[in-house]
Design a protein around this ligand. Structure first.
Ligand code: GLN
Length: 195
């Protein structure tokens, strides 16, 4: 099994490490590789777009032809997970900030995202969520987006008081928080089970 981690910017090594751990726990052998150029994604079984700065990640993946590869892989029905900035990039509908920063989205998930939804007062925080199919889970939010609305085919997997924070649309998984920053491998195991 080959899993690509978009490696142009953001929490790349954290995702690589936790995917390796999750594969280990599941007894599956696989290659997990950070990707900065086109080529590896098209031969992968799944791809993860990490958190970071969505405008920067967007610019680099479109510049280097990685964006088209992710879109093709997703259209082939292979799993794609976006976390935080990665979630923003998966969305079909961005907010004013996305528009004003000319952040080009991949437009794969029928969701409406609001970038930096928590403002300065709550830049980062941790909270317990109920994740559908997983149960109680401690989620870490850092300058996180929120999902304000979802289209018909989208399953809401978790929410907090302010709004939706985890969604799945067929082979696509989007999280507003950072599952790579906890020691908890359950979300990555859930993602691998989608392959
Ligand atoms: N605030 C970032 C953005 O909008 C996302 C934050 C993150 O990925 N930790 O790009």
């Amino acid at each position: 099994m080959k899993i690509a981690i978009v490696g142009v910017q953001g929490d790349v090594s954290e995702h690589v490490e936790i995917v390796k751990k999750a594969l280990d726990n599941l007894g599956i052998s696989g290659i997990v590789k950070p990707v900065r150029k086109r080529g590896f994604i098209s031969e992968s079984d799944a791809v993860i777009i990490p958190g970071g700065e969505s405008t920067t990640i967007s610019r680099l993946i479109w510049r280097d032809g990685i964006a088209e590869e992710i879109i093709e892989l997703a259209r082939d029905g292979k799993p794609v997970m976006g976390t935080c900035a990665g979630l923003i990039l998966l969305a079909k509908h961005g907010d004013k900030q996305v528009e004003e920063t000319d952040t080009r989205l991949l437009k794969l998930m029928d969701i409406w995202v609001r970038r930096n939804a928590f403002g300065r007062q709550r830049e980062s925080f941790e909270t317990e969520i109920d994740f559908k199919g997983i149960g109680r889970y401690r989620a870490i939010f850092i300058r996180a987006p929120l999902i304000e609305r979802v289209g018909k085919g989208v399953d809401v997997l978790a929410r907090i008081d302010e709004g939706i924070v985890a969604v799945r649309e067929r082979n696509l998984l989007g999280l507003a928080f950072h599952p790579e920053l906890t020691g908890d491998t359950r979300i990555h195991e859930y993602f691998i089970s989608m392959i």
